[in-house]
Design a binder for this molecule. Structure first.
Ligand SMILES: CC(C)(COP(=O)(O)OP(=O)(O)OC[C@H]1O[C@@H](n2cnc3c(N)ncnc32)[C@H](O)[C@@H]1OP(=O)(O)O)[C@@H](O)C(=O)NCCC(=O)NCCS
Length: 149
């Protein structure tokens, strides 16, 4: 890719691009209203990756005390393997500082995401049996940034 990707906070007008990327990325996508709710919520952090002002990826996270919980992360299929997912996670971590842990659930049958999170240093810390409606297990992944002790 010739131009670089920038990361900025998500805005309500990004909703259609977020929904589009989500539909391209997940068998079961969040609805447009679901994304709008996240974009307008004060308890959420939404970061979007843009290339030439076009949204090419997003990260939605929820701060819970000193834990940053990743609720959704996706990159436009044509933009993958260019470092955008990593940039979004790093922005989430650096945004406010003070996080002890970043954690998330990921489908056990999503090898691309598992490879991605492993490359970022996440480790498997648990399993939620039949977590998804398809009865697939979720793996609980965690990235420890600083010890709570
Ligand atoms: C997971 C996802 C967000 C990664 O985004 P990305 O922009 O492609 O990730 P990056 O380019 O930053 O990848 C960083 C590293 O992760 C690893 N990685 C990423 N995707 C990988 C894949 N498909 N296979 C193997 N390793 C992969 C590689 O080590 C990669 O570095 P490299 O390209 O220099 O080898 C993207 O694949 C995606 O949107 N998937 C569909 C949605 C999804 O599954 N989201 C996560 C659900 S919890």
């Amino acid at each position: 890719m010739e131009t670089s990707v920038c990361i900025r906070e998500g805005r309500a007008e990004d909703v259609d691009m977020l929904e589009k990327i989500s539909r391209q990325s997940f068998a079961k996508s969040w609805s447009r209203d679901g994304f709008l709710e996240e974009l307008l919520s004060k308890n959420r952090t939404v970061w979007v990756a843009t290339r030439e002002a076009l949204v090419v990826g997003y990260l939605i996270a929820r701060p819970v005390l000193d834990v940053l919980e990743v609720l959704s992360l996706a990159v436009d299929p044509l933009e993958r393997r260019c470092g955008t997912g990593s940039k979004l996670i790093k922005k989430g971590i650096e945004s406010e500082g003070g996080w002890s842990v970043v954690q998330l659930e990921v489908r056990e049958d999503n090898p691309d995401a598992l490879m991605f999170y492993r490359s970022m240093g996440f480790e498997k810390v648990g399993r939620r049996h039949r977590y998804y409606s398809s009865q697939t297990d979720a793996l609980l992944l965690s990235l420890v940034l600083r010890s709570a002790f």
